[in-house]
Design a protein around this ligand. Structure first.
Ligand SMILES: [Cu+2]
Length: 371
């Protein structure tokens, strides 16, 4: 082990969702460096937990759990260095070529693969699954479509070849129908494209890995007792102002939320104030599955390794009577909770509520100010 990084709570996740790889236009390649390393991570209650994390980003950048982004068809070059004391692997499930064999301690590996169709993917260490993924070796891989426009010209997060009529109808409705007056979804506005990686941590399991004790994979799930439930590595009060998680905007600014569950517990996120449109999920083989029937979700199920993309429409909250809109006595912004209906996930350290996986979104005003 070269060294062990200490991650104070405030240092986690900031800005990670805006990292773009070093794009070389002529060759259409995108290069990232990933370092697999131990870290001492401070949880919301001050407890220090041993984790194994991916650090990195474009060459020279070093963020914990970086969000990797690429455009469909680009060649993605990953330079992976294992600075952990045991062997690890890298994989993007469902993406051809995005996998390594064992990388021994101190070794580096370079892989190249073609970015698949637009959508949300997970990268992780598949070795001794689910062990190393639970101990922290996971992250999000986001692919932007080369052509994401609908037939009517509305931008979407999905490649024209994988769009469904139902998903096209949602994006064509934004900014067009009275119910969704305002803007189209904007793929170039990073504030309208959120990545929420839900994960769970059992410090006792991490401790066993730190001490290099054996873990019985057959009984791991039965013995897994998560005490921390995080989104992008944070929980509770620390999520309140996390720029990668917080959603803020005016009525008429639809926002994509890419939700991922890298843990072992099933989540059931619930957003108050608006219903979300469930746009896409994943097949069991890991491919992107764009929905042919788009449901309005109050709560959506997020099983282990699920990825689900939801569109928060930023419509006028339907529980406010139109005669009372816009409110004059309520101060702006109007804030609505996002919590998870798997109740234990709302706690930290064995019961501290509400210090788990919950946050809010906010309406800054009835419409975007004219620039
Ligand atoms: Cu609820």
């Amino acid at each position: 082990m070269n060294r062990r990084e200490f991650l104070a709570y405030g240092a986690l996740g900031g800005g990670a969702s805006v990292i773009l790889g070093a794009a070389e236009a002529q060759t259409a390649t995108r290069t990232y460096e990933l370092f697999i390393e131990p870290a001492d991570v401070e949880m919301i209650d001050g407890t220090i937990v041993y984790m194994l994390l991916f650090f990195g980003g474009p060459p020279g950048v070093r963020e914990p759990r970086p969000v990797l982004r690429a455009v469909e068809g680009e060649t993605v070059v990953l330079r992976i260095v294992n600075n952990a004391p045991e062997a690890h692997r890298f994989q993007v499930p469902g993406v051809t070529g995005a996998t390594t064999t064992n990388i021994a301690p101190g070794q580096r590996r370079e892989i190249r693969f073609t970015a698949p169709v637009g959508g949300t993917y997970i990268y992780l260490d598949p070795l001794q699954a689910p062990l190393y993924r639970l101990v922290g070796l996971h992250g999000a891989f986001i692919v932007t479509p080369r052509n994401g426009l609908t037939l009517a010209g509305s931008p979407t997060p999905y490649s024209a070849t994988s769009q469904t009529a139902a998903v096209r109808a949602v994006f064509d409705a934004m900014g067009t129908m009275p119910r969704f007056a305002g803007d189209k979804w904007n793929p170039n506005d990073i504030a309208r494209d959120k990545v929420w990686v839900f994960s769970q941590t059992d410090p006792a399991l991490n401790k066993r890995v730190e001490l290099r004790q054996s873990v019985d994979l057959a009984t791991l799930a039965a013995n897994f007792k998560p005490r921390y439930f995080t989104i992008n590595g944070r929980s509770g009060f620390d999520l309140d102002e996390d720029p990668t998680v917080r959603i803020s905007g005016y009525v008429g600014q639809p926002t994509l939320i890419r939700t991922i569950n890298t843990g072992l517990a099933t989540h059931a996120p619930h957003i108050h104030g608006n219903h979300c449109f469930e746009l896409a999920g994943n097949t069991t083989a890991g491919a992107v599955s764009v929905r042919s029937n788009v449901y309005e979700r109050d709560v959506w199920m997020l099983a282990p390794l699920d990825r689900k993309d939801l569109l928060l429409p930023f419509e006028i909250p339907p529980d406010i009577p139109r005669e009372a809109w816009p409110p004059v006595q309520e101060p702006w912004p109007l804030r609505y909770v996002m919590h998870c209906h798997t109740e234990m996930s709302q706690t930290a350290g064995g019961g501290n509520y509400p210090q788990g996986a919950l946050c809010h979104w906010e309406l800054l005003g009835p419409q975007r100010p004219v620039a």
